[in-house]
Design a protein around this ligand. Structure first.
Ligand code: HEM
Length: 496
């Protein structure tokens, strides 16, 4: 009897293991059939058996160098195609975007986060995107830039006070300096909400966002396994949505006040209020646009923008500290500009060619969203390359932005590349930091404006210096938004 029970138990375990292995390997062969190079795959963990231990965007650079401009990757059990070739990127993300309309549907563990624009299916996305676009036009940005300017001016005065008493020089974790600034810029500029104690990294808004985006969480083997066995993903969440209700309440109150008092603030939030009023319409009901969907659109700019904007300031201050000539040229340009106008204004930003080039070169080298993606919704074919419906196409931006054909000596921080973009003939599809096509970054122009305005204030008042303990180290296993360990720099007050 005992032997029979034992045999049944062992048999069941074996069957389960075999079943799981078949499941994990089910899609193997899909990419090979497309006649593209495929990153070596392991027995049952796809091409990414050590996903949690490897820095994904650095892997992308190695893969681009090894496999060329198009190759396949099994992310666990799921086949992905990575494209770095600018012409293919143009065809897939722009010209034939009706074959590649959506991103993957991702279950992020919260009904509000799941409704963010990034993850919405085409029909719902189209209506909501069209409603949001007019709130980010040049004329609206000009109005919002006044508030961005105020934020940046207060920020430099806050930092100046911090340097009082330390002979005008102190060590900072640059992320903890620039994250609160980015959050305040978005809250004031786009949303129209004040942040209490705005430039202190421990403030409530900042800490709530950091918790939601799971900053500080390291990935484990469970994370790697969850790509082959998705039922494990509940044990290895990518986001920690506990603090969403904090923002949901904040936005509900703001929408109520603005609705009751018929306030128009000429910002992004105006559109959110309009959306809330449209909830009872047939159009919204048919698309299943709910209160959660509208709150998610309000949360979008913060979630999509704060870390990416902060990263540019962090890495540009690092590059400036590393290369005194770059820093000298930025400060010279900013000082000359200030002497000419006596202030920094949105409408004069176009004159700051070198600062613009430095921001763009930082964005090229350090794209925060590491893999803009689309899912193929209709079979597609071009020049013998076939992409079947259901396959995910990604731009590994760290690899694609380092294509030596367009960016010679690609690892070099060289703003000169962007000083005269027209005449150097750079393909716009060789630079993928903001994605491309109808689903590209909606906040692109705001991000450039906010960065340039705030960096004018910063470089006018401070300079950055490397320290013996300055190092750049990225977190492993991160698939969406690049994460990095503290980059320590000395911030030194300038005598201006
Ligand atoms: C330096 C800062 C930023 C970077 C590098 C960045 C990058 C990106 C990228 C790569 C995408 C995906 C594009 C694609 O798939 O083609 C995206 C989408 C998006 N971004 Fe940004 N972003 C930044 C700032 C912002 C800001 C400030 C906002 C606020 C309005 C924002 C809102 C969004 C939204 C809502 C989407 C989803 C768009 C859609 O699906 O239609 N981003 N961003």
């Amino acid at each position: 009897m005992f032997l029979l029970v034992l045999a049944i138990a062992v048999g069941s375990i074996l069957l389960t293991v075999v079943g799981l292995l078949i499941y994990a390997r089910w899609n193997y062969g899909t990419l090979e059939a497309l006649n593209i190079p495929v990153v070596d795959r392991s027995f049952f963990l796809g091409s990414t058996p050590e996903l949690h231990k490897k820095v994904q965007h650095l892997e992308d650079i190695e893969r681009f160098n090894k496999y060329g401009p198009i190759y396949g990757v099994y992310e666990g059990r799921t086949p992905h195609i990575h494209v770095c070739d600018p012409e293919l990127i143009r065809l897939i993300f722009v010209k034939d975007s009706d074959h590649f309309r959506n991103r993957r549907e991702v279950e992020l563990g919260d009904p509000i986060v799941n409704e963010m624009l990034d993850f919405l299916p085409y029909a719902k996305w189209k209506v909501l995107r069209q409603m949001q676009t007019p709130s980010l036009t040049a004329s609206k940005l000009k109005i919002m830039s006044t508030r961005v300017n105020e934020s940046a001016a207060e920020f430099v005065s806050y930092m100046g006070n911090k340097l009082e008493g330390s002979n005008g020089r102190a060590k900072f974790n640059t992320r903890e300096v620039f994250v609160p600034l980015a959050i305040d810029i978005i809250c004031r500029g786009l949303i129209g909400i004040p942040v209490h104690n705005p430039f202190d990294y421990s403030n409530e808004v900042c800490q709530s966002l950091e918790t939601i985006s799971a900053e500080g969480q390291d990935s484990s083997i469970l994370y790697t396994l969850s790509f082959s066995f998705p039922f494990l993903s509940a044990l290895a969440p990518t986001l920690a949505p506990d603090n969403i209700h904090y923002f949901a309440n904040m936005f509900r109150k703001l929408i109520k006040v603005r609705s009751e008092d018929s306030i128009k603030n000429n910002d992004f939030m105006d559109k959110i209020v309009d959306m809330m009023h449209k909830l009872p319409t047939d159009e919204f009901k048919k698309l299943n646009v709910s209160e959660a969907t509208v709150i998610a659109q309000a949360l979008g700019p913060l979630m999509a923008g704060y870390d990416a904007i902060a990263a540019v300031s962090v890495f540009l201050s690092y590059y400036a500290a590393r290369d005194p000539q770059v820093q000298q040229r930025i400060t010279q340009e900013v000082d000359d500009h200030f002497e000419k106008y006596g202030e920094f204004r949105h409408e004069n930003l176009g004159e700051l060619a070198y600062l613009h080039a430095c921001v763009k070169e930082t964005l090229r080298l350090v794209p925060s969203f590491i893999r803009p993606e689309r899912i193929c919704t209709k079979d597609w074919e071009y020049n013998g390359l076939r992409i079947p419906a259901g396959v995910v196409v990604m731009i590994p931006a760290w690899g694609a932005n380092r294509n030596p054909e367009y960016f010679p000596d690609p690892e070099k921080f060289d703003p000169e590349r962007f000083m005269d973009e027209q005449s150097t003939g750079l393909s716009q599809y060789a630079f993928s930091t903001f994605g491309h096509g109808p689903r590209n970054c909606i906040g692109l122009k705001f991000a450039y404006d906010a960065l340039k305005l705030s960096l004018c204030h910063v470089f006018r008042k401070f300079q950055f210096e490397l320290r013996p303990d300055t190092e750049v180290k990225y977190k492993t296993g991160v698939l969406f938004l690049m994460q990095y360990y503290p980059i320590l720099l000395d911030v030194v007050r300038r005598e201006t």
